[in-house]
Design a protein around this ligand. Structure first.
Ligand SMILES: [Zn+2]
Length: 148
């Protein structure tokens, strides 16, 4: 899924269950579950060459910037102290994608990441249909916005 879906889910879980022993494993599990839902994201089309790496990288920067802005707006603005659990939850929400980034963007995959990336791919269902692939993500972000 898009980074905004994964980061907001991680931040949301951390906001409701602020102990790291709870939000870290739940957020990791949420990543694999969300990737199992058929989705469209900036990496869709990379593996079959329909999307260029440079385009995916630039779209990813935009996705991350919107994610950071949304997290700040939802949980950090108006707070006097840094909400570390929120930011850690958001980061953990992206860990499986960060581990895959060297392979996707640099065509380089260290041997120790291969089993983790293969595990990640077991769950991955992407679709080139943007309406179908973005609808569950709009619902996810909308629900988080309502329930935060
Ligand atoms: Zn993923």
């Amino acid at each position: 899924m898009l980074s905004i879906s994964h980061t907001l889910t991680g931040a949301f879980i951390a906001s409701k269950l602020p102990h790291p022993a709870l939000y870290i494993p739940l957020t990791l599990a949420s990543h694999y579950f969300e990737d199992w839902v058929p989705h469209w994201d900036v990496g869709t089309g990379l593996s079959n060459g329909k999307r260029k790496r440079k385009t995916a990288f630039l779209l990813e920067i935009v996705d991350l910037a919107i994610s950071l802005a949304a997290i700040y707006y939802f949980w950090q603005s108006g707070q006097n102290e840094i909400q570390y659990h929120i930011w850690i939850g958001a980061f953990v929400g992206l860990v499986p994608d960060f581990l895959e980034a060297p392979r996707n963007f640099l065509k380089w995959e260290p041997w120790f990441l291969k089993p983790l990336n293969n595990f990640h791919h077991l769950f991955h269902n992407s679709t080139t249909n943007m309406v179908l692939g973005l609808t569950p993500q709009f619902i996810t972000v909308g629900l988080i916005w309502l329930l935060k």
